[in-house]
Design a protein around this ligand. Structure first.
Ligand code: GL4
Length: 839
């Protein structure tokens, strides 16, 4: 009936008529209809959460329209597509972002007002989609927004975890983890595709088939689960294009294993089947470390296999020759997590599509690009061969075969340098024989990208030096970026309006380089006044949140000094806390002097610039030292915040359960933010870019993308300190003999002596930074850290200077939009072009 249906539908609706209207009364009607028919509440009585649900469904309807049109358009044009494979996407909330990208936020706000609801209040009802750990996962989300906005024919593929990143609860200052069962209240932003399912196979045995020079094999799997697609439409801004983030959920397979049913144990047979769902049940909360767990490997293969079946099916819809595959398909490996895709493409082409091995290999070498996000060796995944052999026996063979051919070629090029050959091998012959996923990805990808310039230098000179020397042309970098749609327009609407007013256009929302236009106005006193006003209102919003959450009252005239990110030794939250202890000590000394000399030194105390120090972030559940850092922060906060000698001069707040929506609230309210990793450890960092866009000044080390920020805004416009990247290795060698400033020894002493309690518990933390163990150079950097802090205090007192620096920060942030990153990837790595949906 397809043809008939079409004729009828076309008769019923004029072409434009079929679209939902977005004037306030149409929106009201749609919302109320959803209250009644979707949420199933009475139109006359529904609460904020139900109103949010109805609102979300009415937005979803509008997303679906555009999304359909986009998919139809892509299908018709058949451009080369980019498939972005990532095990993590940190989307956060969707409502505000969607209506802003659709250009109908104000219409919704008006419509709701008449119904007696406030848009902002309903938006707060939404929970975060936290299907990722940190920077890497949020980067994927920002890049999806840019891909949609810039009309690229793109698909994101990932896993639909039932439990996202754990919720952090602080009890007595300690972190506790609680499961994030985020789908409990339904998820209006996804569309379940019950018909888009693929079988995914595991375990079993491999049998020979004597074709194809013996390379073609038959895999007889031992277990089969079903992957079901859940589509999340991602709307672009100022375009009709709406692309797909397709997340897979595991379900029991349709193919029933009659055997177990016939044995008569029906109940247990059903229970066993249900276990399939565990594959997509929970996100691994340790970023930057890999433990060789079977479930994790299952997750990786599950999402890779389903995604590739989907991609290959789409290709075969309109193509019959696999030699055209590289002209139509680009596969992006977001870190090593999806690198089994390489072996999987080989397996499908050789075993299932019956291509000859070398022809398949030629195709594989043209389609993959790989981006690595770390410099830490523990971040490089190694999969034990035993594990791979049992779970994916055919893939292990393929990897061995790839490695054999590659090593033979390598010998021809570099000779029999066995040390180098073994370093470069995909297979590691260690105590535990394992597969080096990064080596696999590098060997098989046409491009290896780093995430900032200095990261790329480190890859070339250290981490992947051998490979760089062999294939210099493969190595490149695309400095990370963040989307100004979410990180200014959604999270800081008043700054957004102010920018548009002063630039005389909203075009910067799609063309972020226009922000540079603010430079000319950086000294304008009228702008200064409005700028300060916007910032103050944001600080008030943050102060209210702090009070509601922790009971701590903070003064908005104090400097809000923020460090929010995953807790990690290399990120040096401990340096921040020790600096706060030092500040506390100085205030106490000044107070003692004041009392002693009765007012003589009063000026000293008034010279102290009041601060509110805010720290937030989660520690991986098994990362003991990171958890101790959280406890120390809370213990120090307890002491300082309750010390009457200190008052408003210093407050320390630990913000629990840091996530995307907390970041959206905190960043616009920050005066100063800290990005203080030991130089050479942060591959890029993206938080720094979000703060920069919002006019927050940075106190930072010259690490990761900060190096490029310095080039954009100048070192005078921020507070830099610390050992330089090239100095770090030598400083480490000198380690035990390095001179450490007295102040450092004395603040560590305070912690050791139990000044903040929990003496025994903090001992191992103190040991980490003293006695020659100070790997991250906290002691060495302490002096210059305090100097940078003093410089920040001095600048803050001069509000005119501070405001100019703040404006120049926003003005100089254009380079750090993910729009720029994505354009570079599209042109230089993926070879794709925009494909814009009409009307
Ligand atoms: C990370 C890096 O640590 C971080 O510097 C970078 O900004 C981010 C995105 O490229 O990727 N790598 C891992 S693992 N987690 C990250 O956040």
């Amino acid at each position: 009936g397809g043809g008939e249906t079409r004729v009828r539908v076309e008769r019923m609706f004029g072409l434009m008529d079929r679209f939902l209207k977005s004037d306030p009364s149409s929106l009201q009607k749609d919302i109320l209809d959803h209250v009644e028919y979707t949420v199933a509440r009475s139109r006359f009585s529904f609460d904020d959460f139900e109103a949010y649900q109805a609102l979300a469904h009415s937005v979803r309807d509008r997303l679906i329209e555009r999304w359909h049109d986009t998919q139809i358009h892509f299908k018709k044009k058949d451009p080369k597509r980019i498939y972005f494979l990532s095990l993590e996407f940190l989307m956060g909330r969707s409502l505000s972002n969607s209506v802003i990208n659709l250009g109908i936020r104000d219409q919704y706000a008006d419509a709701l007002k008449e119904l007696g609801f406030e848009f902002e209040v309903l938006a707060e009802q939404e929970g975060d989609a936290a299907l990722g750990n940190g920077g890497l996962a949020r980067l994927s989300a920002c890049q999806m927004d840019s891909l949609a906005t810039m009309d690229y024919p793109a698909w994101g593929y990932g896993l639909r975890y039932q439990y996202g990143l754990f919720r952090q609860v602080i009890l007595d200052g300690y972190q506790h983890e609680q499961p994030d069962y985020w789908l409990n209240f339904g998820n209006p932003w996804e569309i379940e595709r019950v018909h888009v399912t693929y079988p995914v196979k595991f375990y079993g045995t491999v049998e020979d088939e004597n074709f194809n020079g013996g390379k073609r094999k038959v895999w007889l799997p031992g277990e089969m689960v079903e992957a079901v697609a859940y589509d999340n439409p991602i709307p672009g801004h100022g375009t009709r294009n709406t692309i797909t983030l397709r997340l897979w959920a595991a379900k029991p397979s349709d193919q029933i294993d009659m055997e177990s049913y016939n044995t008569g144990d029906y109940i247990n047979a059903v229970v066993n089947r249900q276990r399939a769902e565990t594959i997509s049940s929970v996100l691994y909360p340790d970023d930057r470390s890999y433990q060789g767990k079977e479930l994790r490997l299952k997750q990786q293969y599950f999402f890779v296999s389903a995604s590739l079946q989907d991609i290959i099916r789409r290709f075969k819809d309109s193509h019959s020759n696999f030699d055209d595959f590289p002209e139509k398909v680009a596969l992006q490996l977001n870190d090593t997590h999806p690198s089994l895709a390489i072996a999987e493409v080989m397996r499908v082409l050789v075993d299932e599509e019956h291509l000859e091995w070398n022809r398949a290999w030629g195709i594989v070498c043209k389609i993959f690009s790989f981006t690595t996000h770390t410099v830490l060796p523990e971040g490089l995944e190694k999969v034990p061969v035993d594990l791979l052999e049992s779970l994916l026996p055919r893939h292990l063979q393929i990897i061995y075969d790839i490695n054999f051919d590659y090593i033979e070629e390598l010998k021809k090029k570099i000779g029999l340098d066995y040390d180098r050959l073994s370093r470069m091998s995909i297979v590691e012959d260690g105590a535990v024989k394992s597969i080096r996923m990064a080596n696999l990805a590098i060997v098989c990808s046409h491009t290896v990208n780093g995430v900032s310039r200095v990261h790329s230098e480190l890859l070339k000179t250290r981490v992947f030096k051998d490979f760089y020397e062999l294939w210099p042309h493969k190595f490149d970098y695309k400095t990370n970026g963040v989307t100004q749609r979410r990180w200014i327009v959604v999270s800081n609407p008043s700054l957004s309006a102010l920018i548009s007013k002063w630039l005389g256009t909203e075009a910067w929302i799609r063309d972020v380089d226009l922000l540079a236009g603010l430079q000319e106005q950086a000294a304008n006193v009228d702008l200064h006044e409005e700028w300060r006003m916007v910032r103050k209102v944001n600080k008030m919003r943050l102060a209210e949140y702090i009070e509601a959450m922790s009971g701590i009252k903070v003064s908005v005239s104090a400097m809000f000094d923020v460090q929010i990110k995953r807790i990690h030794e290399y990120k040096r939250q401990l340096l921040n806390i020790l600096g706060i202890i030092h500040r506390y000590d100085c205030i106490k000394v000044a107070y003692a002097i004041l009392i002693l000399f009765q007012n003589m030194e009063k000026s000293d105390r008034t010279k102290v610039v009041p601060r509110v120090c805010i720290i937030g972030g989660k520690a991986a559940p098994g990362y003991e030292i990171a958890k101790k850092i959280i406890k120390l922060c809370n213990a120090v906060a307890e002491k300082i915040n309750n010390d009457p000698d200190v008052g408003d001069l210093l407050k320390l707040v630990f913000i629990p359960d840091y996530n995307v929506s907390v970041a959206e609230l905190v960043i616009p309210g920050a005066d100063l933010s800290q990005h203080i990793s030991t130089a050479g450890h942060e591959a890029s960092g993206t938080g720094n870019m979000k703060f920069l866009m919002n006019g927050c000044l940075l106190l930072a080390t010259e690490d990761g993308s900060t190096v490029e920020i310095i080039e954009e805004i100048g070192e005078d416009n921020m507070f830099l300190f610390g050992a330089k990247m090239h100095e770090v290795p030598a400083l480490r060698v000198k380690g035990p003999t390095l001179k450490v400033p007295l102040q450092f020894a004395s603040v560590v002493r305070m912690v050791r002596d139990g000044y903040f309690g929990f003496q025994d518990y903090f001992e191992s933390l103190c040991d980490k930074v003293e006695g020659g163990n100070d790997f991250y150079l906290l002691g060495y950097d302490f002096q210059s850290y305090l100097e940078a802090q003093a410089a920040a205090d001095k600048a803050f007192v001069d509000q005119e200077k501070w405001t100019r620096m703040s404006i120049l920060s926003t003005a100089g942030s254009g380079r750090f939009s993910s729009d720029r990153t994505i354009e570079e990837y599209a042109e230089k790595t993926w070879g794709i072009e925009p494909c814009k949906c009409p009307f």
